[in-house]
Design a protein around this ligand. Structure first.
Ligand code: PGA
Length: 257
């Protein structure tokens, strides 16, 4: 038996200003009932400029929603114009930071080495990384999905200690399913999430592997969350587009109702 508390996280990407962010969280809280939060973690990852506003709202209204960030810099401080560091995020009570999202990898040139350095910065400052891995359509069609994901895990997790590995969340997000409306079948999601767990076992041993939460991400919607969450190795979801609608995200969070 494992104690993998399911985790549903909304990745807002570059959407919503800070006033809209407050409204979105208020509406989300309105749609959710106390039971919906029970036995699972709910996380929202707004853009940097909204973190402070959302943090204040979550605290003042005592909402059981954790704050997440979408990335951070690997260094604690320095001449890195435009960047935001892990200690700055930790001061805002950010609990989770996404590392290695495929958009960061593809559009901002983040290699596994960069992701690895960021992941260590996140952990150094007491936050938990949500490490994203996933294959492109071309890689999937070439039958290389598992190989690619394993390689990303090895590169991104190099030198991570056993103690730190215990705080990790991994999001399996096939690139071809992100923002496309094309979700992986629940069997495909299960196969790859199970492969992720297998590799975590190789890297950190069975106890860590059995306790690590693995999310599926890629066009998660109210209509497919239940089936995805029914898979034995799927412990949560990283939700992009649908997390921008308070109704849809609430339905996703409330999938057990
Ligand atoms: P999507 O994005 O739900 O819009 O496909 C998921 C993600 O990029 O995390």
């Amino acid at each position: 038996m494992s104690d993998r508390t399911p985790i549903i996280a909304g990745n807002w990407k570059m959407h919503r200003d800070h006033l809209e962010a407050i409204q979105l969280v208020q509406k989300l809280a309105y749609h959710l009932q106390a039971d919906d939060y029970e036995g699972q973690e709910v996380v929202v990852c707004p853009p940097f400029v909204s973190l402070r506003s959302v943090q204040t709202l979550l605290q003042s209204d005592k909402l059981p929603i954790a704050l997440g960030a979408q990335t951070c810099h690997a260094e604690d401080e320095g001449a890195f114009t435009g960047e935001t560091s892990a200690p700055m995020l930790a001061r805002l009570d950010v609990k989770y930071v996404i590392a290695g999202h495929s958009e960061r990898r593809a559009l901002f040139g983040e290699t596994d080495d960069v992701v690895n350095a960021k992941l260590k910065a996140i952990q150094r400052h007491g936050m938990r990384p949500i490490l994203c891995v996933g294959e492109t359509l071309e890689e999937r069609e070439a039958g290389r999905a598992v190989e690619v994901v394993v390689e990303q895990l090895r590169g991104s997790l190099a030198g991570v200690t056993l103690k730190d590995a215990a705080d990790l969340v991994v999001a399996y997000e096939p690139v071809w399913a992100i923002g496309t409306g094309r979700t992986a079948t629940s069997d495909d999601a299960q196969e790859l999430c199970s492969a992720v767990r297998g590799e975590l076992g190789e890297l950190f041993g069975q106890a860590i592997a059995a306790g690590t939460r693995i999310q599926y991400g890629g066009s998660v919607k109210p209509g497919n969350i239940r089936e995805l969450m029914g898979q034995p190795d799927v412990d949560g979801a990283l939700v992009g587009g649908a997390s921008l609608s308070s109704e849809d995200f609430a339905l996703i969070v409330a999938h057990r109702r």
